[in-house]
Design a protein around this ligand. Sequence first.
Ligand SMILES: [Zn+2]
Length: 71
Amino acid sequence: MSEVAPTPAPEAAAPKEQPAKVFAGAVYECVRCGTKTTQEELAKLPEVKCICGYRVFKKVRPAVVKQIKAI
Ligand SMILES: [Zn+2]
């Protein structure tokens, strides 16, 4: 009888696989046609794809940037 107390699995409760972490309001710009779209819009699509068919986006800074104080 070596087991004294039940040991809960450390990370059993937390799901390891999470959807890609996105930031609300993040804006992406198609590198081909320059169409700007938000992550929210992209998330609605079955695949990340611009209206022009290109699939390469670059992240651009949203108009509103939160200021985070450095600790
Ligand atoms: Zn495009």
